[in-house]
Design a protein around this ligand. Sequence first.
Ligand code: FMN
Length: 458
Amino acid sequence: MKIAVLNGSPKGMTSVTMQYVQYMQKQFPEHELAIVGIHGKTKKMEKDIGALQEVLDLIRSSDGVLWAFPVYYMLVPGYYKRFIELIWETGLEEVFRNKHAAVLATSIKYFDHAALYYMQAISEDLGMKYHGSFSPEMYLLAEEEGRAKTRFFAENFFDEIEKDTTTARSYPTVKRRDFAYCPGSIRNRIDPGDKKVLILTDSDGREPNLDGMIERFRASFSGEIELLNINDVRTDGPCLGCIQCWYDHKCIYDDDFVDAMQKKVLTADILVFTGAIKDRFLSSKWKIWLDRSFCNGHTAWLPGKQIALLVAGPLSQNSNIMEIFQVFFELLDANLVGFVSDEYGDSEALDRLLEDMAGRLVKFADNGYVQPRTDLGEASRLTFREVFWGRFRFPFIADYHAYFKKLGDREFPHKDYRTRLKNWFLMLLSYCSPAFRRKMTRSMKQNLLLPLKGVIDK
Ligand SMILES: Cc1cc2nc3c(=O)[nH]c(=O)nc-3n(C[C@H](O)[C@H](O)[C@H](O)COP(=O)(O)O)c2cc1C
């Protein structure tokens, strides 16, 4: 049996993900795992359909496809996404139809599920028979339990292909509505006061609704609002995962990305990201930008910023996108005010949505409001604490100095010695005294309110 392994790691064969593939190959020499490095070929495939055909020929001649990649910002790396876009742009989806597919994604276990949802939806959109994913923490293979799971995953995939099994679809086909947005006149303009608003877009002029939304939103303010098109920022390439930024948050690229980030993005109070949905996310242009922000480290680098997203396309049919941005901004200590898309209502309704969003952003910025994190943000903070404050404090020294060192609340076991002593004493008492246990059982409801005693009258 032959499996086409589409390797998404920019590190080629020197990647964690490929160690898993090489392990599988060793374990199952009777099957061929034919690896193709997508990252290195993407630029060429964009210009030369022949280079894309080579990859597609490999897929044609294979019994199955293994999407193998590192999770990058809750999705696939930017160039991998570009490759996926190319499949539709060139109209060559039929190559994938009815092929068996599975996903291998390595990560540190921060929002890897979103990347898996994305790839499953893509596989289903391509008409593939999707057989699930294997998403190990990057070093799971070092343990026998991890190797056993890897063997089982591979063996099961081969078995499913051999039996030509079918699988149920989880993500219905996205329906795009036919709607041309015609922006109307402005009712009242919002004064941004001393707040700096920056609109970021990847528009290439091919999405009239997106351009209309941007212009209408921009015109909702009384002053001139800055618009930055990321296509105009010289970005020499995608994140290479090289971690050269480990010591000082300095990226190896010497292009205009860092400058734009520092001078425009980080100095704004209100950031409005805009784009159109391509397949199941925003464009790969945006994804490359997101990935490049890795050089800011695992710190909360957008504290207190107010954020909105203006999206053209079927956003609510891709709730994964909303969740990805929610966790991303929560982790950066920014305030995600909301999304506006063109998928419901008429032009007048969209005018109102854009105008009201403009007002809301300024109001929240004036109040310095950052809503409490949801479980998404809290859980991710804890994951980062475990990984970057804990296990990977080295090599991520820059994160430690810029961020984690200052956050006493991240320490675990925490330094609240009073609580630790109280817990120890009360646990001991519970084990030793049946009378204390009975009293606790009776008064549990009231006890849970003790930390809030007196606050109502404050
Ligand atoms: C730019 C970048 C973004 C990343 N984003 C995530 C992420 O969102 N979630 C996660 O769990 N790990 C993330 N990681 C960690 C990688 O997924 C992980 O180290 C992976 O095993 C690397 O695989 P590779 O060596 O095959 O490239 C990221 C790493 C980089 C460089």
